[in-house]
Design a protein around this ligand. Structure first.
Ligand code: FES
Length: 80
């Protein structure tokens, strides 16, 4: 399913970026795929998929340091 229409990014692209390229923040996702880098309409949905993917990783440990990164992605993904 398309998540970002501006850059033609699908949920599969996001999942591959997380698992194959180690993307773990909205900033990295934008730098890698362009997500939320133009109109920003895709930011919340992309963040949900990113968070879901990270939580599915076998060695993912939710630490206090991760939370601000994820929250920052939600709050200001269009401006990061
Ligand atoms: S839909 Fe993703 S930047 Fe516009």
């Amino acid at each position: 399913m398309y998540v970002c229409l501006c850059y033609g990014v699908t949920d599969t692209h996001i999942r591959e970026a997380v698992t194959a390229q180690g993307v773990c923040s909205m900033r990295q996702l934008r730098q890698t795929l362009g997500v939320a880098g133009q109109c920003g309409q895709c930011g919340k949905h992309a963040h949900c998929i990113l968070k879901e993917c990270l939580q599915e990783l076998p060695d993912y440990k939710h630490t206090a340091r991760d939370l601000p990164v994820l929250q920052r992605g939600l709050i200001s993904e269009a401006t990061l």
